[in-house]
Ligand binder design. Structure first.
Ligand code: NI
Length: 277
C-alpha cells in the first residue's frame, strides 16, 4: 500500500507483513521476546524495580515495573510501550533507558513502566495481537465504539493502580511504521502545547526530520504535535482519568532501527527528567 503524504511517498507495511530488524545494541533481533524478557528481569534485579504480572495473553505475561523515589512527595509517572508489535523500538528504547539512566534520576520519581503490552504482536513483528485486535483502542468505548483487546481488558482490570502510577504524567512510546518522519501526540489541560510537549517533540526532532503540518491518520498535525486529539487509546484513557498530561511519541518506522531505539530512550529520559523534584 503506497501512502501519499505532504512529505513524500511512504511505504506502509501490509497487514500480514512482519516488521523485524537486526538489533545489534542488544545482540539480537527486534522481535526477540525471550532476550527482551531476560534483560528486563536482569535490570529489575540490578536497579531495584518491583516486577509484577498484570495478567497473561497467549500464555505470556504483561509486566508492570515500579520503583519508589527516595522522597515520598515525588511525582508518580508511567511509561508504557509495545502496544503495537511492528513498533519494537519503543520497548527496546525503554529497556535501554531503564538500564542506563542515572540512578539519581531514578531516585527522584515514583517511576512505573509497562515495558511490553502486546507480546504476541512483538514476537511476530506484527501490529495487532494474536487475535487480530488493536491493543491501543477500546479504553474509552463510548468515544468510538472500539472493543477492548485482550491486553486492554487486563489493563482495564488494573485501572485503579494504573491511574495512580500515571497520576502526574504518562508517556507511551509508539512508532509509525509507514513514515520517515517523526511527530508526537500530546494530551494536556492547556490551550496550546506545554514546554514538556515541545521538549519531547524537540527530542524526537533531534533524531529525525519532523512530519509536515497537515492531516495525519485523521488528526491535525501542527509543528510536529497532534494536540488534544480524542480517541480511545490508553494515553487518552489515563488523561480522562485525571493524569496531568499524557503523550504518545511516534518514531518513524522507515528509519534505521538503532536511531529509533536511541530516540525512544532519549524521550523516556527527557520525560523522567522533567518530573524530578
Ligand atoms: Ni502504535
Amino acid at each position: 500500500m503506497l501512502l501519499t503524504t505532504a512529505n513524500r511517498d511512504v511505504q506502509a507495511p501490509e497487514a500480514d507483513q512482519a516488521c523485524i530488524w537486526p538489533n545489534p545494541l542488544f545482540g539480537t533481533h527486534s522481535n526477540d521476546w525471550q532476550a527482551f524478557q531476560r534483560r528486563l528481569l536482569a535490570v529489575c534485579a540490578a536497579r531495584g524495580f518491583l516486577l509484577e504480572i498484570l495478567g497473561h495473553t497467549d500464555h505470556e505475561p504483561i509486566y508492570a515495573l515500579t520503583r519508589r523515589a527516595r522522597r515520598k512527595t515525588a511525582r508518580s509517572i508511567l511509561v508504557a510501550s509495545g502496544f503495537h508489535g511492528e513498533e519494537p523500538a519503543g520497548p527496546w528504547g525503554l529497556l535501554h533507558a531503564l538500564e542506563t539512566l542515572d540512578m539519581t534520576l531514578l531516585d527522584a520519581v515514583h517511576l512505573s513502566a509497562l515495558p511490553l503490552v502486546n507480546v504476541s504482536g512483538f514476537s511476530q513483528g506484527r501490529r495487532l495481537n494474536h487475535k487480530g485486535e488493536n491493543p491501543n483502542r477500546g479504553f474509552l468505548p463510548l468515544l468510538d465504539g472500539a472493543p477492548a483487546s485482550e491486553e486492554g481488558a487486563i489493563l482495564l482490570r488494573h485501572q485503579a493502580r494504573l491511574v495512580r502510577y500515571g497520576r502526574d504524567g504518562a508517556l507511551c512510546c509508539h512508532e509509525d511504521a509507514a513514515r520517515q518522519r517523526a511527530y508526537i501526540y500530546a494530551n494536556e489541560r492547556g490551550d496550546a502545547p506545554s514546554p514538556l510537549a515541545l521538549k519531547l517533540r524537540n527530542c524526537n526532532a533531534g533524531f529525525f526530520p519532523l512530519h509536515a503540518d497537515g492531516a495525519i491518520d485523521g488528526c491535525l498535525l501542527a509543528d510536529g504535535i497532534v494536540f488534544n486529539h480524542p480517541d480511545s487509546s490508553f494515553e487518552a484513557w489515563l488523561f480522562a482519568h485525571g493524569a496531568t498530561h499524557t503523550y504518545c511519541t511516534e518514531t518513524p518506522g522507515q528509519c534505521a532501527f538503532e536511531d529509533r531505539l536511541l530516540a525512544n530512550a532519549a524521550m523516556v529520559s527527557t520525560f523522567i527528567e522533567h518530573h524530578i523534584s
